[in-house]
Design a protein around this ligand. Structure first.
Ligand code: BTN
Length: 312
């Protein structure tokens, strides 16, 4: 990536990649259609106007050295990075494999929800983990991922202090900018592998009509553009830290639960409606030892195992 913005002739590029100048022209047009800002034409040579903020493996790898995330797969366009990661993991992809996309055409959220995945505006990232956990304890991975996103954002702009909404959303100014979808392949007593998928709205300047009232991006919240590369690197480093601690530190689980509650206005004393079993109203009373939400109802204390939680 050094000297990335110098002018290079079409002939030189053609020689280096072993093709002809017309093929180079075709490839340049393809890059432009993917949003890469390339100036010039065959007669004058080509020049990157700016190093694009693309989540390329070659760009990210040096920034996340020493983490478990050593196998990075980058797509310009993919259906869903979670689906790509689940398939790869089932075929033996190692722990720490990362799947990143500039654009998802079938980004998935929890339940039947879709995840809006505009091209090069957000971070769409899925990682393969192979923790030694029973499936009943896998929720802690989602909570740890939420904390990792929180830490990465604070590292880059301490003015943005996201609110963690149990179990897997991050909000700023009451609107969601990040969602986490953890999926797994498990036996009854053992997780074979888990895929933690993280979607962050980073530089979306606006949202479709149906999302406008509920969704935001870091750019909209902070008033300035973010480097997706810098944020993705910070995220993978903090995810690495959380995950290592979870595997090796005896009190990591308690620490995750404690810190999640600390950064969440939802976990304690919040009047909510739980869209589960027909829906009911309750007041939140903290997390249990596995990370499930406890709520107080007129009938007593209940544990929320799934379902959407809405503040009232
Ligand atoms: C939610 O809020 O319901 C979870 C959204 C998770 C979206 C991310 S984007 C990267 C990964 N790939 C997907 O298809 N989904 C997750």
């Amino acid at each position: 990536m050094d000297h990335a913005t110098v002018v290079v002739s079409g002939t030189k590029i053609a020689d280096e990649i072993g093709t002809g100048r017309s093929e180079v022209w075709r490839l340049i047009q393809q890059l432009r259609s993917l949003g890469v800002d390339v100036a010039g034409h065959p007669a004058t040579g080509y020049q990157l106007r700016a190093v694009p903020d693309l989540l390329l493996a070659d760009v990210l790898a040096p920034l996340i050295k020493g983490t478990i995330f050593q196998h990075i797969h980058h797509y310009y366009k993919v259906g869903s990075t979670n689906s790509a990661a689940m398939e790869a993991a089932a075929s033996g992809a190692p722990e720490g494999s990362v799947f990143l996309a500039e654009e998802q055409t079938a980004g998935r959220g929890r339940g039947a929800n879709a995840w809006h995945s505009a091209r090069s505006a957000g971070i769409y990232c899925s990682v393969v983990l192979r923790p030694n956990l029973p499936p009943s304890e896998a929720l802690i991975l989602s909570l740890a991922a939420g904390l990792a996103v929180h830490a990465a954002i604070q590292e880059i702009d301490a003015r943005i202090n996201p609110d963690l909404k149990w179990p897997n959303d991050l909000l700023v100014g009451g609107k969601k900018f990040c969602g986490i979808l953890t999926e797994m392949n498990a036996e009854a007593t053992r997780v074979r592998f888990a895929v933690v998928g993280i979607g962050i709205n980073v530089n979306d300047p606006r949202f479709p009509e149906d999302l406008r009232d509920v969704a935001t991006s870091l750019q909209l919240a902070s008033g300035s553009e973010w480097s997706r590369v810098e944020l993705a690197a910070a995220l993978l480093k903090s995810l690495h830290r959380e995950y290592r601690h979870l595997l090796i530190k005896p009190n990591a689980r308690e620490s995750i639960l404690h810190r999640f509650a600390e950064h969440s206005s939802y976990v304690c004393g919040c009047k909510v409606r739980i869209e589960e079993n027909g829906g009911f109203e309750a007041v939140t009373e903290g997390l249990d030892a596995r990370g499930f939400l406890q709520v107080r109802t007129p009938q007593g204390l209940r544990t929320v195992l799934s379902g959407t939680v809405r503040a009232m």
